[in-house]
Design a protein around this ligand. Structure first.
Ligand code: NAP
Length: 693
């Protein structure tokens, strides 16, 4: 029999013994066995610490991001192989798309996220802080990659996405991973890891894989490691209480059971488009992945006078779901991942039935297409009704991890909010309403108990990504029962794998550490104007102090006429009693324009390709006629920019062939007393290579 391999210390090896038998969820046939018996788990952690971690942390964010993009492109070439295996987990083509291409999409998203970071091995976090009167002492925060390994213990439902959504984040942060997928569907994860390793895109040690149990791995974790867990609450609690994890303060991110809910606003009637949107969303959540989604809707709250209409619409919609062999094009819902899981779901439904009744589907029989319902792990969608949701706790606590959802009545929005909170913390809640006032009240009232809230109406429904889809750039996680963890969330997720360090020192020192010019740091003066330098030649801190220019009343009049901005403060005949100003004041935008006139030096072509924009602009002191202005202009930050990938000649745009980077400049506008009248950061695009101009 095919025995799955583990990828350990840079080698593919099989564990000892027969291992756990893994079956095709649709046909029941044996596929492979999986075991990690006999592996040296301590050595895996040591290897990740001493090989994988140093290899990744020495790469810059941009190098790591480009690595993710290359990997995503590589995996896209092997989709057929992954889909073929995914069908054996009971997943339909649409389910598999979410798992496989959704996972690869995560790699692409985190590849692009590199642009939010400087091209450094570390990241700078948030705003700097001036800590002194004379501007010689300040504080900032930086993030450095942890020196450990990310250990991902995953659930069975998304063997590909579950891995890729997590490793994309730790790799971008500069940390390697040990992935332990749920054993039952690990044959698909193994196939993807085989392709990842074969691509040779990752540095040595960036990834190890366990197809089977984790042995004594957790006995060897350190405070520099991060554990993420997705699965049942009971396993999560067992692991979270592990002595080593407690003693070493190992960060433990937990995603556990979640009783997600949807609310129908009492404004919505069957005549509204939102009625069908509500019904469609529920059917999708019950049938996609056969309801085996951590975010699936388990509780449906409906105004009590609309209960009957809603369940009739739902019954009609659910009855159209074709269940069966995922290889058949007509099939819309496949099987659960295995018979053991089906038994587990049935047991959970039995608990729910103590206070609810089935109003659609059957626990004992299901009609399937192109398959044998006895051999495959098929289950009919089950819609339950609970008429007294405040009187029973089971419906808010019992997660049947399959195509199961319960409909319940509420009297008013306060009740709907209270019911949604009875799940004691969920990953996601939705509300369908035509009225944003209702949406706002729900979001503010229920927000404490849900990691994400989707507000659906006809305006957004068509393009909505849906209740059940966690997105790479939004936080995925929820409070309380959902585990209290957070995954992804763009830059937020990357920070989970980095140590934040508050750094204090002089502005010059902090400039040299962060490679970002800090106001009041010593600048670097030179005879060459910085606009004459190519991207590579520019130094952080390159600075010019410009000539002075006197602002006159005529200047202000002319700017008012040219721009059409005749705001009363800029008009010299205004009576300034009771205003913020003493007399005619210059337009802030005029001062900004004067600044450009002072720091831009030449009529000739130079390496600056274009002005790219302004990040922040503040006018800090009124400028009256007679004021003398000069500019301190400093190279603040350099951001490399990749050339666009051009697939077709017609996509080519002028300038695509020029190698370039973005340069940020600090523009301090100062008057003759030395006081700042304005400050901004401007961005220019600067050519990299002399030969292109
Ligand atoms: P599980 O039994 O808790 O397993 C989850 C993972 O933990 C699997 O990889 C499993 O490996 C591993 N595991 C089990 N016991 C372990 C131990 N003693 N030490 C180390 N690892 C251990 O959960 P499941 O039944 O596979 O998953 C279904 C549940 O997951 C559902 O009830 C659902 O609530 C939850 N879930 C939650 C989310 C979320 O994001 N909140 C997402 C998906 C699923 P083996 O497979 O080798 O046992």
């Amino acid at each position: 029999m095919n025995k799955l391999e583990n990828f350990v210390e840079g080698r593919w090896i099989q564990g000892d013994g027969d291992g756990q038998i893994l079956c095709d969820a649709v046909t029941g046939q044996t596929i492979a066995s999986a075991t990690t018996q006999g592996l040296d788990f301590k050595a895996m952690i040591d290897y990740a610490h001493t090989v994988g971690n140093p290899n990744l942390r020495k790469l810059t964010f941009h190098e790591r991001g480009r690595m993710l993009r290359a990997l995503a492109m590589h995996l896209k070439n092997h989709l057929d192989k992954f889909y073929a295996l995914s069908y054996k987990t009971g997943a339909t083509k649409a389910d598999s798309w979410i798992d496989i291409e959704g996972g690869i999409g995560n790699l692409f998203s985190y590849a692009s996220l590199r642009k939010k970071f400087n091209d450094e091995v570390f990241a700078v976090d948030g705003e700097s802080l001036n800590l002194s009167k004379n501007n010689t002492f300040m504080g900032h925060h930086i993030l450095v990659p942890k020196e450990g390994v990310a250990i991902h213990i995953n659930a069975f439902n998304f063997p590909v996405w579950g891995m890729l959504e997590k490793v994309a984040v730790n790799w971008l942060a500069g940390v390697p991973a040990i992935v332990k997928p749920a054993t039952i569907t690990s044959f698909l994860t193994e196939a993807v890891v085989k392709e990842i390793i074969a691509s040779n895109i990752l540095p040595e040690g960036a990834l190890q894989l366990l197809c089977g149990n984790v042995g004594d791995l957790l006995d060897h974790v350190t405070s520099q490691d991060v554990i993420t867990f997705t699965g049942s609450k009971s396993t999560a609690l067992k692991l979270k209480k592990h002595d080593r994890i407690l003693n070493e303060s190992v960060p433990f991110n937990m995603e556990a059971d979640s009783l997600n809910c949807i609310v129908l606003g009492d404004d919505v009637t069957p005549q509204h488009a939102e009625w069908d949107i509500f019904v469609k969303e529920i059917r999708k959540e019950m049938t996609v992945k056969a309801g085996q989604k951590c975010t699936a809707i388990r509780r449906i709250f409906v105004p009590e006078n609309k209960m009957e209409d809603v369940w009739k619409s739902l019954n009609q919609s659910l009855s159209q779901t074709v269940i069966g062999n995922p290889l058949n094009d007509k099939v819309r819902m496949g099987s659960l991942v295995g018979k053991s899981q089906r038994e587990e779901v049935k047991q959970q439904v039995q608990k729910l039935l103590a206070s609810s009744q089935i109003i659609f589907g059957s626990l004992d029989s299901v009609e399937v297409v192109d398959a044998d319902s006895n051999k495959g792990a098929f289950l009919s969608p089950l819609l339950l009704m609970n008429e007294k949701p405040f009187a029973s706790t089971a419906v808010h606590e019992t997660e049947a991890f399959g195509p199961v959802s319960t409909i319940m009545p509420y009297k008013n929005l306060d009740e709907a909010i209270a019911l949604s909170k009875m799940g004691r913390g969920s990953l996601c809640s939705s509300i369908v309403t035509t009225r944003d006032k209702i949406a706002k009240e729900y979001v503010l009232g229920a927000g404490t108990h849900h990691g994400r809230i989707l507000v659906l109406n006809k305006e957004c429904a068509k393009e909505s990504t849906g209740h059940g889809s966690p997105l790479p750039m939004l936080v995925h996680g929820g409070p309380g029962r959902a585990g209290g963890g957070e995954e992804m969330g763009g830059v937020r997720g990357v920070k989970h794998y980095m140590q934040r360090v508050a750094v204090q020192g002089s502005p010059t020192t902090i400039t040299n550490i962060t490679n970002i010019y800090q106001q009041y740091a010593t600048g670097i003066e030179s005879d060459v104007h910085p606009f004459k330098k190519y991207f590579e030649e520019l130094n952080i801190g390159d600075q010019i102090i410009t000539q002075k220019r006197t602002i006159t009343s005529e200047d202000i009049d002319r700017f008012a006429d040219l721009s059409g901005d005749h705001f009363y403060a800029h008009i010299k005949t205004t009576n300034f009693d009771g205003t913020m100003f003493e007399q005619q004041v210059a337009h802030g935008y005029f001062i900004m324009s004067v600044a450009a006139g002072l720091f831009v030096d030449s009529y000739e072509k130079n390496p600056v390709l274009l002005n790219y924009g302004i990040d922040e602009l503040r006018f800090t002191k009124p400028v009256y006629p007679g004021t003398e202005i000069y500019i301190r202009f400093t190279c603040k930050e350099k951001l490399p920019s990749d050339n666009r990938i051009i697939n077709k000649p017609e996509d080519f745009k002028r300038g695509d062939d020029i190698e370039k980077g973005i340069v940020k400049w600090l523009v301090e506008m100062v008057d003759e007393t030395g006081e700042q009248v304005g400050i901004t950061t401007i961005l220019t695009m600067v050519a990299k290579n002399r030969s292109v101009i």
